[in-house]
Design a protein around this ligand. Structure first.
Ligand code: SAH
Length: 511
């Protein structure tokens, strides 16, 4: 299958019927560096990635461009029907011959329903591989400077679910838990008070140290320290919510000497990154690595429209194929494939790519660009494209592209056919995202389109008055003012470094 087989149980590679296979991969607790190499390899070969809220979104970049990414959301207490749907989706895709990665937070076999998912594969006769991950029960604590065992202090540790009362599952033996040298509670924030009461009732001393580590290993990690008697009130006071690992025991005191990890300078800040296309999530990832909580809104999807691309007249009809974005490349090749053609159809056609990113994607399709302008802008492309007089130019773009590029090429004597080879569509915002947007400290707009998308997705709701609205470029600012009535700051240099520095300054000034 050309995919990772190491660690595959029961020779599953050989067993695959049509190449369909499921990898149940532990994503680790949050720091993207904590994915295993086996996990990374599985992602790199995936046709489909099914992931949830605890799996770090930054890991999706290991998946190939064009892989289907399915978010199955909901952070806590995914109830049965939902779980059924996930399993069905996984099995269906694998049966269709797809390589499916089911990416799960922490380790898939630690309270992660990974075993249920593996059983669903087994029942459907779909071959699967389990790739273990760093569990938050150990990893999140390690990033807070807390070892789960320590000579002379704790020779064992016990991990229990704190929410078992809701789940109707086997109940935790709290008398055993009260005696554990190190007790680790997962999924216990919402029921923190009850959990601590259970421990006290079972004879645990109220002064026993407790530490909660929220979003452990991420740049926005938060740590709260107390005792069995005080932690619930402290957590309520500080508004510390799920997801957190709770550790009860002497080892918690070691953090005083062992804490080593510094959360990023933007920890605790919420930033909305309004998007128009996938590439812009680079900004989101950079802000996350500085500790910001990033809300990407709205969710943008691109859909290829092969029916709009008349591929039959490629050869002999066009002198230039001009590709102005990586998406345009993918959409064009999707159309070729749909028409039953391949790269041979491009014989005799010169190909221009707007910049290095577009050229790289073109190369992934096995084709070299004949021309790349000196700057990666459509203006430079229009100015510098050679042999335009009388040339027939084919220009596949998105449904949102205007006619500036084709007008400029026409001015230089070309005959241009522009087609909407793909669509960019904003998905409506769900309740969780709307809530997150209401709590934003800052909202960024990378383009006029991003501003219009967010405006449309919000419907008649407004952005919070306390949020700073930051736009990139003058043109964007105008549209942000049209859509939201104000702009608080404009960044003029669109490079990622400059934008990130500017946003940091804005957040430093914000209350
Ligand atoms: N399979 C996961 C656990 C899933 S249960 C693992 O091995 O880590 C979900 C619980 O895991 C959350 O309620 C929280 O208690 C814990 N958790 C997961 N990621 C976390 C993180 N980065 N920081 C703190 N707790 C985390």
């Amino acid at each position: 299958m050309g995919v990772p087989c190491e660690g595959s149980p029961r020779g599953s590679c050989a067993k695959a019927m049509n190449g369909g296979h499921v990898w149940i991969v532990g994503a680790g607790p949050g720091d993207p560096g904590l994915l295993t190499l086996a996990g990374q390899r599985a992602l790199a070969a995936a046709d489909v990635v099914i992931y949830d809220a605890l799996a770090p979104a930054a890991l999706l970049r290991h998946a190939p461009r064009g892989a289907e990414l399915v978010y199955v959301g909901k952070r806590s207490g995914a109830h049965l029907r939902r779980q059924d749907e996930i399993e069905m989706l996984m099995v269906e895709r694998a049966r269709a011959g797809k390589r499916v990665v089911r990416l799960k937070g922490g380790d898939p076999f630690v309270f992660g329903r990974g075993a249920e998912e593996a059983l669903a594969c087994r029942a459907a006769d779909v071959p699967f591989t389990v790739v273990p991950g760093v569990t938050s029960a150990i990893g999140a604590l390690a990033y807070a400077g807390i070892p789960v065992t320590y000579r002379g202090m704790a020779t064992s540790f016990l991990v229990v679910p704190g929410n078992e009362a809701d789940e109707g599952g086997a109940s935790v033996d709290w008398s055993l838990a009260a005696q554990a040298e190190t007790l680790v509670i997962l999924m216990g924030m919402r029921t923190l008070e009850e959990n601590m009461r259970c421990l006290l009732d079972a004879g645990c001393p109220p002064g026993r140290p407790v530490t909660c580590v929220r979003w452990g290993t991420r740049a926005d990690q938060e740590v709260l320290t107390g005792t069995v008697g005080t932690i619930a009130a402290l957590a309520a006071e500080h508004g510390l919510e799920s997801p957190a690992v709770i550790v009860v025991g002497e080892v918690a005191t070691l953090a005083a000497d062992l804490a080593w990890f510094e959360p990023g300078p933007l920890a605790g800040r919420r930033v909305v990154v309004s998007r128009t296309r996938e590439e812009e999530s680079d900004l989101a990832r950079r802000l996350e690595s500085l500790g910001a909580y990033v809300v990407e809104a709205p969710v943008i999807v691109t859909r290829n429209r092969p029916e709009n691309v008349d591929t039959h007249c490629v050869e002999g009809c066009w002198d230039w194929l001009v590709l102005a974005s990586p998406n345009a490349v993918d959409a064009f090749f999707a159309a070729l494939r749909t028409a039953g053609l391949d790269t041979r159809a491009l014989h005799g056609v010169s190909i221009a790519a707007v910049g290095a990113a577009t050229e790289a994607v073109l190369q992934q399709h096995g084709v070299r660009a004949d021309f790349v302008p000196s700057r990666a802008t459509s203006e430079a492309l229009a100015e510098e494209l050679p042999r335009t007089t009388g040339a027939r130019v084919f220009l596949p773009v998105s449904n949102l592209s205007d006619s500036r590029l084709s007008d400029a090429l026409r001015k230089r004597g070309a005959k241009v056919q522009q087609v909407a080879a793909y669509e960019i569509v904003a998905e409506p915002l769900d309740e969780q995202r709307l809530r997150e947007i209401r709590e934003a400290d800052l909202v960024t707009f990378a383009s006029a389109t991003a501003a219009r998308f967010l405006r449309a997705a919000l419907g008649d709701r407004d952005l919070p008055p306390s949020a700073r609205l930051v736009s990139i470029g003058e043109q964007t600012s105008k549209v942000v003012v049209e859509c939201f009535g104000r702009v608080d700051h404009q960044v003029d240099d669109p490079s990622l470094d400059a934008v990130v520095t500017s946003l940091q300054e804005c957040l430093a000034r914000a209350p």
